[in-house]
Design a protein around this ligand. Sequence first.
Ligand code: XBP
Ligand code: MG
Length: 234
Amino acid sequence: MVEPLRALIFDVDGTLAETEEVHRLAFNRAFEEAGIPWSWDRTLYRALLAVSGGKERIRAYAADHDPGRTGIDALVRDVHARKTEIYTGMVREGGVPFRPGVARLIEEARAAGLILAVATTTTRANVDALLDANTGGTGHGWFATFACADDAPPKKPDPMVYRVVLERIGLPASACIALEDSPNGVAAATGAGIAVVVSTSVYTDGDDFTGAAAVFPDFGSVTLDDLRSIHTKA
Ligand code: XBP
Ligand code: MG
């Protein structure tokens, strides 16, 4: 890109923090509470993550594994709402820290006057819980905008959530870098014309990140200057 880097757009799950294992446990607890005989182990959950969005994930799983079940619309609505309550409760207990380098990159970007934003498939309440647990609430003010599940109904790999962020921050895609952990996230960001830098996560390690400008195991040794040079070459 010829113009300077002016914004970092962060994905949440798998990027800000390794949250998917907590999501998986919350899904299973919500199923159990509802008396639904479903339980997602790690291997199955990794496959189910191909579908972004918890509601969409439940619906896709039911269609494949329990096609005769009736009342799916109410099940998805109610079980997902309870799952979100369980998830936010677990995150607020602590123990889901930011991934290596994330807090430092945020600090470097803020000190350099970059705009920060969030583009996620997850529910806003989940983002708030993660920021409250890891920043005591101050983290909300770091981000100019949060585009979450309700802001972009078509989920990643659809680029809508990133287009919503670009619109809200008033910058062209060429002035931004997206930080992601998954192929769906890479497809969504590149679909919006944004260069993507990946930190592979527990559930995406080894996936195909074709289209990403750079892939790292984590951001522990990635500086803002590294992102600037990646952005220049993108
Ligand atoms: C990852 C997702 C989300 C979470 C579950 O989001 O696909 O659906 O797995 O959260 P991200 P919800 O874009 O941050 O990687 O149940 O709230 O959808
Ligand atoms: Mg993610």
